[in-house]
Ligand binder design. Structure first.
Ligand SMILES: *Cc1c(COP(=O)(O)O)cnc(C)c1O
Length: 393
């Protein structure tokens, strides 16, 4: 067993032999290339001049007044393409280029990771294939068009239900078939080792910046809150604060219509140990170990697994995970829009919604940092159409 592949009992490489050689090549290349000064300098320049980093840490005064605590927002919504995903997609695409790969592959469900990868590929002059379930290509026609405009080739997969699961299988198959020339860009802190670590490292810039920005303001964080789908924006901001046990860290999952119903994506709250997408983690499953369907108003949080590091952090009690419902999320989205003039993504609104639960329980005035993982422009139709329960038709 490769100990480096695990976070406690979670993680690992549960993949066929044919995939192992590609993972080994990636691990060696990552350790050599990504730690070099040349790679870091090139990536940092792109993050600054292209993505627009550092993203601000904003003291939300009207929201603070509303809650009676000091709320700071880490503004990943201000990144180029509107979310944190570009940090990782750009870094992996740059790694691919340095490894001499000509083409990047990605799978996408709602299309956000596909758009981020297509953007990075355009910037770096790489070919890009994005695998997408046929059903999803219809539901997310705008993102399909964006990817095509960016020069990517969107490959519709009609197997099964035509959603993310089938697209992922097809993307892995395509990767294995032409392993010499292709690089598989994974969009969250999930999958077999070394992906969860690579994605965490590439997203850790969120936490590193936030920590420096708090220091600069002379503020000591009491709470850090982020939403958790696969867990990349969350582990990105958490990583800088894990060693400081005086900081309370909270991850927020999607409770959909409620964790007592079948319609949720609260993996860490309701799941059990299992294997999904090449990793051992917590999985939403029935009593026979079959993976359950997930439901959330937010496409980005709609995942029946979770990154293995989060499963571990929950296991050792370092991070607490809760779930908030669609309704609570929409209320939080409305509140931030009205009080601060910031329309957050519905994913990020789950983290914001937890303020309603946390703030009334706090004895003394606290400093709370919320990671605003993305902006809400992509969600306008979902919000306009939202009536409790009607999105599951
Ligand atoms: C994709 C997405 C998420 C969920 O992904 P994580 O890997 O859990 O961060 C959260 N917020 C936004 C805005 C997203 O696009």
């Amino acid at each position: 067993m490769n100990a480096k592949a695990y976070f406690g009992k979670y993680g690992g490489q549960f993949v066929p032999e044919t995939v192992m050689s590609a993972l080994n090549e990636l691990e060696v290349a990552y350790e050599k290339i990504a730690s070099s000064d040349e790679f870091k300098a090139e990536l940092n320049e792109l993050l600054r001049d292209y993505v627009g980093r550092p993203s601000p840490l904003y003291h939300a005064k009207r929201l603070s007044e509303h809650y009676g605590h000091d709320i700071y927002l880490k503004r990943e919504d201000l990144n180029h393409t509107g979310a944190h995903k570009i940090n990782n997609a750009l870094a992996q695409a740059l790694l691919a280029k340095k490894m001499g790969k000509k083409k990047v592959l990605a799978e996408t469900g709602a299309g956000q990771h596909g758009v981020a990868t297509a953007t990075a590929a355009a910037l770096l002059g790489l070919e890009c294939d994005v695998y997408m379930g046929e059903c999803d290509t219809k539901r997310q026609a705008l993102n399909v068009y964006k990817m095509q405009l960016l020069g990517a080739n969107v490959v519709p997969i009609s197997d099964g239900l035509g959603t993310l699961k089938e697209a992922t299988t097809a993307a892995i198959q395509a990767w294995v078939n032409e392993i010499e020339t292709r690089f598989y860009v994974i969009g969250s802190a999930v999958g077999p080792h070394p992906y969860p670590k690579i994605v965490r490292d590439f997203q850790s810039i969120i936490g590193t910046e936030a920590k420096a920005q708090l220091d600069e303001k002379g503020v000591k964080a009491d709470y850090i809150i982020a939403c958790v789908g696969g867990g990349s924006n969350a582990i990105g901001i958490f990583s800088a604060f894990l060693d400081d046990l005086s900081v309370n860290i909270i991850g927020v999952e999607a409770a959909g219509l409620g964790i007592e119903t079948k319609y949720h994506a609260a993996t860490l709250t309701k799941g059990a140990d299992g294997i999904i997408h090449g990793m051992k983690t917590i999985v939403l499953q029935d009593e026979f170990g079959m993976i359950l369907p997930v439901h959330s108003i937010s496409a980005g949080l709609d995942y029946p697994g979770v990154g293995p590091e989060h499963a571990h952090l929950q296991d050792i009690g370092r991070v607490s995970y809760y779930a908030v419902s669609d309704d609570e999320c929409i209320n939080a989205l409305r509140l931030l829009s009205k009080l601060e003039g910031i329309i957050p993504a519905i994913e990020s609104s789950h983290a914001l919604a937890y303020l309603d639960k946390l703030c009334p329980t706090l004895q003394k005035r606290s400093n709370i940092v919320v990671n605003v993982s993305g902006r809400g422009d992509k969600d306008m139709h979902t919000i306009m159409d939202y009536k409790k329960g009607t999105i599951y038709g």
